[in-house]
Each structure stands twice: as structure tokens, then as C-alpha cells.
Write a protein that binds this ligand. Sequence first.
Ligand code: PMP
Length: 323
Amino acid sequence: VDANGEGGWSNARIEPYGPIAMDPAAAVLHYGQEIFEGMKAYRHADGSVWTFRAEANAARLNASARRLALPELPPEVFLESLRELVAADQEWIPTGDGEALYLRPFMIATEAFLGVRPAREVSYRVIASPAGNYFGGELKPVSIWLTTTYARAGEGGTGEAKCGGNYAASLAAQMEAEAQGCKQVLFLDPFNDNAIEELGGMNIFFVFKDGRLVTPALNGHILHGITRSSVMQLAADRGLQVQERKITIDEWRDGVAAGEITEAFACGTAAVITPIGELKMADGVIASPGEGIGEVTAAIREQLLGIQTGVVEDLHGWLTRLV
Ligand code: PMP
């Protein structure tokens, strides 16, 4: 759909996948006025197709829109766009274990001008692609790299928004991680005693032996992960004490050494939940105790993936039927 400049959206259509024609002076190409979401559509055993917490994605898209001076999209238009695309793309929905159709809604400023101001012509689109297991095959703990060279976001910046520029800014750190043999990079918050913030594309959790589950508090520049909020709810349901608070690398290192922190995991739409095997950094490594996936991580992962794939009851009303 296209923004009509008066707060409305029009020209809804489905197009064959292919290049988008744009003026070389389109604002998105020069000033990065762009936002997006990441979601999945899962086919359940009875053939129906469902997505997870779509209204939360719609709300986050609109929060990102406000930050990037883009027009908001009515949640019903957002949902309708997913419905129509998934209905048209049904043959592409994979049905293997944990597989899904990945959905990428995005909004771009298409107006052609050179000069820094919000664009008046904006286009919202969704593309879809079959998605397997994010880190491939079995559920192996991942190695992550701690960057101290780069920060992901700053006070008053766009860290809380899901905009392309945040990811462009994280690529150099991601390259650093890959050079160290790591799949993801961990960012700290240099404005808050180097507290742990989040990974390049996932939020982070720590399991304490005494039944606490700790995740960095939202600080105005951590992405409000929808998997993060779901994990917190499921953990509370299981009787874990969930704490959103400041946690530092020193607390992680000391907690593991003292046997108090027993598991660490990362979560996001793409990989759902992935155990963290080790954190590598310039002057050492923090290795998670045990082999493979921890007990609490495995239990929450199975429950969450079970809800998404329709084999565990959706007690929180998180699923929306698309087809
Ligand atoms: N943090 C960042 C920086 C991300 O890109 C993502 C993926 N959207 C997440 C966290 C996890 O968010 P969600 O659970 O909504 O996918």
C-alpha cells in the first residue's frame, strides 16, 4: 500500500516478487528513512496458518514509524497485508520441524528530493521467504562475540526502533564477530557502566540456579523484542522469578564461576531461542557450564515453539489465524 499523504493508505495490491522501481533521489536511498518488522507464519497440523503476536508487531512498527517520522499504518491494514500475502504464497510455507514462512513487512520513503526532511511519499510492503532453523540443523549452543569497539545505540538515538540504519551501524561489529568465529555480536551500553544490552538481532537472558531469570532492562535503546516479552511471560507462568534489570559482564563471569548462573540464551523471531555456549572477548571467554542446551532454556523453548507451531495450547491468545 502507499501513503496518500493525508494519513490514509491506498493502492493495496499484490505484485509478483521482483525489483522495485525508484527514483535515484528517493529519500530512503540517501537518508535511510525506513523501518521493518520480522515475523513468521507457521502451518499447523490441520492445515491452518497462524502468526504470533501480530498486534505487537503492528504496535512496534508504529512506534518505529513515529521515531523515523514515517506515517503510522492502521493495525488492521498491517494484518490484512499479512493475510493476503500468506494466502497467495501458501505453497511456499515449509512444514518441516520448526520451519515457517518468514514475513518481512517494511516501510520506505520513496519521495524524490535532496534535502533532509521527512518524505511525503511512502510505501509499505511485505515480502515472504521460507525459513528453516536459523542457525541450521541441530540446536547447538552458539558462540557470541563481545564488541567493545562499537555501540549499537545511544541515548535519544534510534536503538528502540526497528530501522535499517541500526543494522547498517552494527555490520562492522558483526564482521568483527565473524572474524572471531562467532555467529552474533553482543553490545554493551556505554552510557550505563557497560551494562549488557542485546545481540545484533536477539535479546539475551540468564538463568540463575535459584530460579531467577534475568534480562537487561529496557533502557530506551534496546529493541522491545516480542520473543523477549513472551519468554518473560512463560517463565513467570512456570514460577520463575523474572527480573528486568542491569546486568554486567562481571556479574555474568562471576555468576558462572560461582555456579549461580547456570544458563544463558538468546531469543528472537528468527531463531526463537538459542543457547549461548560461550562469550568470547578480547581478553578471555565466559563458557556456559554444561554441554548442549540447558534445562530451563530447553523447557521455555519447547513451550514457545509448541505454541507457535500449534502443538501446545495458546493460553495467552498470542496466535492470529491468517489462512
Ligand atoms: N534485538 C534486535 C536488535 C533485533 O533485531 C531483534 C529481532 N527483531 C530482536 C532483538 C528480537 O526481537 P523479536 O523477538 O521481536 O524478534
